[in-house]
Write a protein of this length. Structure first.
Length: 727
DNA sequence: AGTCTTAGTATGTAGACAGCATGTC
DNA sequence: CTACATACTAAGACT
């Protein structure tokens, strides 16, 4: 099917033709036949890299041409960015909205295509964002993530909410191959396109004793090194390809990269790689990062969430450009960006999962990783290889993974805790005003669609409503369910009601305040992933609790202390960060990577913000201190620097430099004079600082004049600020 | 004596969404 | 409740 013949606006067609794309791939043509251009919903369950995105893009452009608006839901922020770049510059207005990124936010609704994560869309719904009603096409990327235990329910709820609100909404759901595509399509009222077709031939095989066994035959692999995984990797490099190795732990990822680096030393030399290594070394703070630099210099790299984003992106870029030959990675790369390689080695098929010990990875995940093999237009074929430990397991691996269908997608709505937050949001946002309304909504979910009896769900609904009523987040008067001001706030803050209750409960009971106490409570909630405990941690944790245990708001439990210790450890790390302990020392002390540190800081900042809002509601006296902590945490500064960072252009580093030079607040800064500041921070920064003071003075004069109208406004908001459920 | 090898044992384990209001080095 | 690879340790074997 020719792209030029499709009913889409010219810019997209021209763009495709420039790229040399003139015909649709067979699965894409099937989507056209199924009616994507006539507004029909569709579930597209086809392999990775077989052109799902273009299907969505065609449908979106057609919608926009008819005056429609499109919402594109992705699972990861990094993916949102990737799609944003991909969709931009083709004659439609594209906007992006994720937690850490809000480009063009004021006019977000003015865009034709808006890309957002599922949680962000849920948050937009909870805040009654008006333009959501104008959406005519919903694209859900990776819709099989409905089966994800922690984030699946949100995705399921968001889809259900949007379809509930918008009649005739066209839904295009994109998915990897799954076990029950028909079921999912039926739920969405969608047509179904499935296919095994791929643009590059994919050979899946099992390596054993120097040979890869494929369905189509065998392939010999040379054995220049002692280890099989490395031999497989070198084999592809020698052939001119790149290699992606999936392993089950960070340590393994680093270990493999080191071994590969030693083997590559004689083979790969490149000035570009040297430059990458130098760039990393320049800002490296930990040993781990120095190792990474050494590896990259030879063309190998490791990739996991302990690395800072900057380095991860550098590795991805280096691999895409073909400079880096081999990446050993934890599942970070499996679900993330589009990084194909000629050979993918799925080395570890077991992964540690808390309750289950070492458990085999799901078939769906294997397929996702295997699908990474083969770069379209660049590789003659792609190879996905597992490694067998004995003759017998060759057969087993074929059966268990290569020839096995992926798991069916199953709703996770009944998982403990998942529903409570969503029920609150349904009530607070007016999707349901009584129990009947809730049931009516819940039968529309995928859970409701796949379960004839809602008994299991009803039990959880009753429990959750009981909790929400007892904690006064909702009231039930007669039949009427309504969110209280507290409940509405919790819903909008997007925290788990359990976390909200833990935080406000602790604050209500507290006699004093300390940052540590608040941090520990916040770190004990499910919204804050706590650090793992290691044996060496026990010593200093016990010492800390002996000295400061009484200052905490939560009591040290008598038994089952692990959870508590973990929250204390996490709080101590964050406390060190606001105490301006250098990154390298924190990383070493708590055995985390810079990426983990960054993640913990952004996460806790969000929760402290929520805590500050809750404090304003329940403990006004604590609110100023909590708000201060919010700034301290986000900036990584001690309280003494607070007056300085209020100034534009002053962050943690400059503030510290000023402070150490005896300049402790804006007033002394102004007194010190331009020349003195120039000598500390340079003339550029000094100039912008002093121009701020001039602006401020003129603004203050204006504010004095407007003071009276400001007051009126405040009175109005408090007069009408009790719920505001109308839209 | 110093180095390598081996067997036994202790240890630790993937990832990442959300608020809010704008500007770090 | 489930496992495994790796790092470390101590003791033995070799140059």
């Amino acid at each position: 099917m020719k792209i030029a013949s499709l009913p889409v606006p010219a810019p997209l067609i021209e763009y495709c033709e420039e790229k040399g794309i003139t015909d649709l791939y067979p699965p894409q043509a099937a989507c056209v036949d199924e009616g994507i251009f006539s507004g029909k919903s569709l579930l597209v369950a086809i392999p990775t890299a077989s052109g799902k995105t273009l299907v969505a893009e065609l449908a979106m452009h057609a919608q926009v041409a008819n005056g429609g608006k499109c919402l594109y839901i992705v699972p990861l922020r990094a993916l949102a960015g990737e799609k944003f770049r991909e969709f931009s510059g083709k004659g439609v207005k594209v906007g992006i909205s994720t937690g850490d990124l809000d480009r063009r936010d004021e006019f977000l609704g003015a865009n034709d295509i808006i890309i957002a994560t599922s949680e962000k869309v849920d948050s937009l719904l909870r805040n009654k964002t008006p333009w959501l009603r104008q959406v005519t096409l919903l694209v859900v990327d990776e819709v099989h993530l409905i089966a994800s235990p922690d984030r699946g329910p949100t995705l399921e709820m968001v889809i259900t909410k949007l379809r509930y609100r918008i009649p005739n909404l066209q839904v295009i759901a994109l998915s990897a191959t799954i076990g029950n595509p028909k079921k999912l399509a039926d739920w969405l009222g969608a047509g179904l396109v499935t296919s095994e077709w791929r643009p590059v031939d994919l050979r899946q095989g099992v390596f054993y004793r120097g040979k890869i066994h494929f369905h189509q035959g065998e392939r010999e692999v040379a054995e220049p090194s002692k280890t099989e995984d490395l031999n497989l990797c070198i084999d592809t490099i020698e052939e001119g390809g790149q290699c992606l190795v999936f392993v089950n732990s960070r340590r393994n990822a680093e270990g493999f990269a080191k071994r590969a680096a030693a083997a590559f030393k004689k083979r790969v030399k490149s000035p570009v790689l040297e430059e990458y290594a130098a760039r990393i070394l320049e800002s490296a703070t930990t040993d781990q990062e120095k190792v990474l630099a050494a590896c990259i210099a030879t063309g190998s790299a490791f990739h996991h969430a302990g690395l800072r984003r900057e380095f991860r992106e550098l590795i991805e870029e280096g691999f895409l450009k073909g400079e880096i030959r081999c990446i050993s990675s934890t599942p970070t790369l499996a679900a993330g960006l589009n990084l194909p390689a000629r050979r993918v080695i799925i080395r570890d098929l077991l992964r540690f999962s808390g309750a289950e010990g070492m458990a085999p990875i799901p078939v769906g995940e294997y397929h996702q990783m295997a699908g990474r093999a083969g770069r379209p237009h660049l590789d003659p074929y792609g190879e996905a290889v597992m490694i067998a430990k004995n003759e017998q397991s060759i057969e087993e691996l074929f059966e268990r993974y290569i020839d096995a269908p992926a798991e069916p997608v199953v709703s996770q709505c009944t998982r403990s805790g998942a529903l409570c937050s969503h029920l609150l949001s349904l009530i607070a946002t007016g999707f349901a005003t009584d129990r009947k309304g809730l049931s009516k909504f819940l039968v529309q979910t995928f859970y409701g669609f796949t379960h004839a009896s809602t008994k299991a769900l009803d039990t959880i609904v009753n429990q959750s409503l009981k909790f929400l009523t007892e904690t006064e987040m909702i009231t039930e008067i007669g039949d009427l369910l309504q969110a209280t001001e507290y409940g509405a706030l919790v819903s909008r803050l997007y925290i788990d009601p359990l976390s909200a209750e833990a935080i406000s409960g602790a604050m209500l009971e507290a006699d004093g305040y300390s940052d540590r106490a608040l941090l520990q409570v916040v770190c004990s909630t499910s919204d804050m992933p706590a650090l793992y405990l290691k044996s060496k941690d026990l010593q200093y944790l016990e010492k800390f609790l002996y000295e400061h245990g009484d200052d905490l708001w939560q009591q040290v439990p008598w038994e089952d202390r692990e959870q508590f210790y973990r929250s204390v450890k996490t709080a101590m790390l964050l406390s060190d960060y606001t105490d301006e302990v250098p990154e390298a020392i924190i990383c070493e002390r708590y055995d985390v990577g810079p990426g983990d540190l960054y993640a913990a800081v952004t996460n806790v900042t969000w929760l402290i913000h929520a805590a500050a809002r809750l404090a304003a509601m329940f403990r006004e006296d604590l609110a100023p201190a909590v708000r201060e902590l919010e700034i301290c945490t986000s900036q990584g500064i001690r309280r003494e620097l607070l007056p300085l960072v209020r100034l534009k252009g002053i962050g943690r580093v400059r503030a510290r430099r000023l402070f150490n030079n005896g300049i402790t607040d804006p007033a002394t800064l102004q007194e010190a004079g331009f020349d003195r500041i120039t000598s500390i921070l340079g003339s550029g920064v000094a100039k912008s600082l002093f121009s701020q003071f001039d602006e401020k003075e003129t603004k203050e004069r204006k504010d004095d004049l407007q003071g009276s109208s400001e007051l009126v406004k405040k009175a109005q908001t408090s007069l009408f600020g009790f719920g505001g459920c109308d839209e």
